[in-house]
Design a protein around this ligand. Structure first.
Ligand code: NAD
Length: 324
């Protein structure tokens, strides 16, 4: 039986990845600082511990896993990553995790490692116009990410690619662009825009206005988590030894995203644009390279994924309301 190790298995994407690997017949060990908050883990073995601790990391690499997926990071939405208040933690914590994971992978003779990078590595100067962002993979340098989170991701991309170059270890790097879906953080300050907006709409009454950071004309694209997992596994098992985008190229403004969620909810929602951390003006996944090298492109619409996500957040919100 093949064995996989999923680091960050208590998180949003990691939880979905464990489920998928189990359905493929893998024996799976999940590792995280915490148990999954929204679902019972499907992992055969789940170890709670801190991946910043080198001794702990070496202890979980106790066999030759066929596949290691490194998703653990000090992570959050704009409210966490763009205020500057968490910069030192974000850089220190995630870099420590990645250094430890590669060190232990090498010692354990692991052959296949996936690393989850981010669209946040792309230069600010290519994302100043809402309707014309450039996030092609070869635009990453000269580097100028808009957050320390992006800089750490760029450093770690290079770290994984160095191990790929210098050792007998295949490292695969995916640059995720705004992944969304059920079982993710939807409240508490670390949630990302799709979940935060679904929550605000779910909590609003018909005719209410909800607050949106910035003028709402900033653009993004959003990829449903099931599609992200499919692309991740395909990349892991490929010979693609350079970073590729894993995202959707269905770009939408944040105000239009609110209108989409409102129409799914059936509520009449107004928008109050207020000052707040908003990141770059425009961002869209460029899928030319991944389509060329993996034959992959997202297959479902933003609306289809948002319907599932809104239904889940709405039910979480109702449950919480009923408990009070
Ligand atoms: P998440 O926050 O839900 O999951 C990350 C997990 O890592 C969390 O469960 C957290 O507890 C764990 N973790 C953090 N520090 C740890 C430590 N020291 N030891 C052990 N576990 C630790 O985030 P996610 O959305 O599932 O993202 C997964 C990966 O994908 C992250 O690396 C993230 O940077 C990257 N990514 C995500 C998105 C997105 O839209 N969700 C976009 C770009 C990149």
């Amino acid at each position: 039986m093949k064995k996989a190790l999923v680091l960050g298995a208590g998180g949003f994407i990691g939880g979905h990845l464990v489920k998928c690997l189990k359905s493929e017949g893998f024996w799976v060990r999940g590792v995280d600082l915490k148990l999954h908050e929204h679902a019972q883990t499907k992992a055969d073995d789940f170890v709670v511990g801190d991946l910043r601790d080198q001794k702990f990391v070496r202890s979980i690499f106790d066999c030759r896993f066929d596949e290691v997926y490194q998703l653990a990071a000090d992570m959050g939405g704009a409210g966490y990553l763009f205020t500057g208040e968490n910069d030192a933690n974000v850089m220190h914590n995630s870099a420590m995790i990645n250094l430890n994971v590669l060190d232990a992978s090498l010692k354990c003779d692991i052959k296949n490692v996936f690393y989850s990078s981010s669209a946040c590595i792309y230069p600010t100067h290519n994302q100043l116009e809402p309707n014309n962002p450039n996030c092609a993979e070869d635009s990453a340098y000269p580097a100028n990410p808009d957050s320390e989170y992006g800089w750490e991701k760029l450093f770690s991309e290079r770290l994984y690619l160095s191990y790929n170059r210098n050792f007998d270890m295949k490292c695969r790097v995916g640059r995720y662009h705004n992944i969304f879906g059920p079982n993710g953080t939807w409240e508490g300050g670390k949630e990302k825009a799709p979940a935060a907006l679904c929550r605000k709409v779910a909590m609003a009454k018909d005719g209410d206005a909800i607050e949106v950071w910035g003028d709402g004309l900033q653009t993004r694209s959003f990829l449903f988590v099931d599609e992200c997992i499919e692309a991740t596994i395909r990349l892991m098992r490929s010979d693609v030894d350079f970073p590729v985008n894993i995202g959707s190229d269905e770009m939408i403004s944040v105000n239009d995203l609110v209108k989409l969620i409102a129409s799914i909810s059936g509520k009449n929602i107004n928008i109050a644009n207020i000052a707040g951390p908003e990141g770059v003006r425009g961002r869209n996944s460029n899928n030319r390279l991944i389509t060329e090298v993996l034959g992959w492109a997202p297959s479902q619409t933003l609306r289809a994924g948002m319907e599932v996500t809104y239904a889940w957040i709405n039910s979480q919100n109702s449950q919480q309301h009923n408990q009070k």
